[in-house]
Design a protein around this ligand. Structure first.
Ligand SMILES: Cc1cc2nc3c(=O)[nH]c(=O)nc-3n(C[C@H](O)[C@H](O)[C@H](O)COP(=O)(O)OP(=O)(O)OC[C@H]3O[C@@H](n4cnc5c(N)ncnc54)[C@H](O)[C@@H]3O)c2cc1C
Length: 366
């Protein structure tokens, strides 16, 4: 008899949501997190579209600011401003969000074990065994690998690593209550992605992301200098993209570990939460049917791909085209996009990625 039905490795938003959903379904669940405090250190901007509200309630104390639109800056300085009458996104304190999820998990009966790193795991016909740094050996029927973009579980399973971008961000203690984010496009400085300035109410966040390269830190420092920023709190992380296998005998991968990330924005929290609920459903079914083989668990991949697969594949296509564009072509496309049609699409739909998931929108794809 194993101690647990599901052990979740990684106490980020994807892992904690999976654990909460599994526990609600009556399963015996533990979460193992290597850091001593859930949610820390910071590794996310916490900018989430209003769709976040359909997934969970935004608590007053982790809400920092709200955003109604964006100013897009081309390499040569052209600006397109897209604003809606209602808010399109929230700026959330991600550390407090994860801390809240960790406490909720405990309230739902999950054993949250922090300050404990998973060193190894094995599976066989009788169950799975997990070994941690604090000398514990835990047994379970199923494992959820929610251990982020550099997932050890994925690596040990021999699943090919997804393509990754490098993101760096800095938060200063100046106040900014503007209701738009600034996005800076330049394929020489932020290859394949962009730089950003996010108003966080009492603070401001500056960040860049792009293909991994030797100049990333230098380009980030130059970006900060544009705004005379010298004092800040720094953090960074990898952003995974693309489809990958997310199941094996007794194991499902969730969140960044499965590259469940929006290719256009690098946002992974909402997709991770959607997939956490799919993973919990499959874990419950596996326990009920006593089926732990990868053939049975493969239905998880079909389930999450049916929910977010279109958004990812269309986003990947657009990203691929963008990544090959020289700065001159980006500037030219700004001239084309700065028109009433683009503004109408944004004013009427707001969450561009949601449109990509639902139906091909000819005007946007063009
Ligand atoms: C600079 C930057 C800005 C971003 N901004 C946004 C944004 O604004 N909006 C958005 O939606 N997304 C954003 N993202 C992406 C977002 O941060 C991720 O998609 C999200 O954190 C994924 O959640 P997760 O739970 O899958 O992984 P994580 O949040 O990375 O959690 C994984 C957890 O696993 C733990 N862990 C790893 N290995 C082990 C081990 N062996 N044993 C025990 N524990 C382990 C880690 O400590 C970590 O706590 C950003 C990413 C970066 C890099």
């Amino acid at each position: 008899m194993t101690e647990y039905d599901v052990i979740v490795i990684g106490g980020g938003s994807a892992g904690l949501n999976t654990a909460i959903n599994c526990s609600k379904a009556g399963l015996r669940v533990a979460v193992i997190e290597e850091h001593s405090k859930i949610g820390f250190p910071r590794h996310c901007s916490g900018l989430y579209s209003t769709r976040f509200l359909s997934l969970m309630e935004v608590k007053e104390d982790f809400y920092e600011h709200e955003v109604f639109g964006a100013k897009f800056h081309s390499p040569s300085g052209k600006v397109i401003e897209l604003m809606r009458k209602e808010r399109v996104a929230f700026v959330i304190n991600r550390e407090l969000l994860d801390d809240f999820l960790g406490k909720s998990a405990q309230e739902f009966g999950v054993n949250v074990i922090s300050n404990s790193k998973v060193l190894d795991f094995s599976t066989d016909l009788n169950g799975a065994t997990i070994i941690t740094t604090d000398g514990k050996t835990l047994t379970t029927k199923l494992i959820c690998g929610a251990d982020g973009s550099n997932s050890f579980i994925r690596r040990k399973l021999g699943i090919e690593a997804p393509h990754k971008l490098h993101g760096i961000m800095a938060i200063t203690d100046e106040a900014d209550y503007n209701n738009f984010v600034d996005l800076y496009f330049d394929n020489k400085l932020y290859p394949g992605f962009f730089a950003w300035k996010i108003p966080r109410g009492k603070t401001i966040e500056y960040g860049i992301a792009g293909e991994v390269g030797p100049n990333n830190v230098h380009n980030f420092n130059n970006f900060l200098l544009k705004f005379n920023v010298t004092k800040y709190e720094l953090s960074s992380g990898m952003i995974p993209f693309g489809f990958q296998k997310s199941y094996a005998d007794r194991i499902l991968l969730v969140g960044d570990a499965a590259a469940q990330v929006k290719p256009l924005t690098g946002g992974g929290v909402i997709y991770g939460m959607i997939c956490a609920s799919a993973a919990a459903n499959i874990f419950k079914e596996a326990i009920e049917k006593n089926r732990f083989d990868e053939n049975f668990l493969s239905r998880y991949q079909k389930m999450w791909r049916s929910r977010i697969g279109k958004g990812i594949s269309r986003g990947l296509l657009i990203r691929k085209i963008y990544a090959k564009m020289p700065n001159k072509a980006i500037d030219a496309s700004f001239a084309i996009l700065n028109n009433r049609i683009t503004k109408n699409i944004f004013e009427n739909h707001g969450d561009m990625e949601f449109i990509l998931e639902r139906k091909p929108h000819a005007a946007i794809l063009k």
